[in-house]
Write a protein of this length. Sequence first.
Length: 126
Amino acid sequence: MLLDAILLLLLAIVVVAFVLHPLWIASRGAKAPAWSAKLLDLFAERDAILAMLRDLQLDYETGKVSESDYRAMRQSLLAHAARLLRAIERAESSEEEDIDREIEQLRELARQLDTGSTRRTVGASP
């Protein structure tokens, strides 16, 4: 009786571990690089500016905002959007440079490994 309970408990633990293992691995591998958070913030701010521009346009068309206020606010929002787009471009190019640098490091590592295995193969006696 006790042996059956222990076996059932062990089987349950194995089944739960088997089912949860892929989920645990996926959650560990799903971590985004730190640099993407900055870019996501910039995209969110850009989307907010675009929403403000749409709302301002609607307010102007419905007569809630005078033409002079509309032009001033629109100009300010467009200037802010332009600064954001430049910041996004800088962040993206910086990320691309980081990726290119990592690729080059991996290529160099692969070359070193290939060179090392070639030396061992050439130096080995038949």
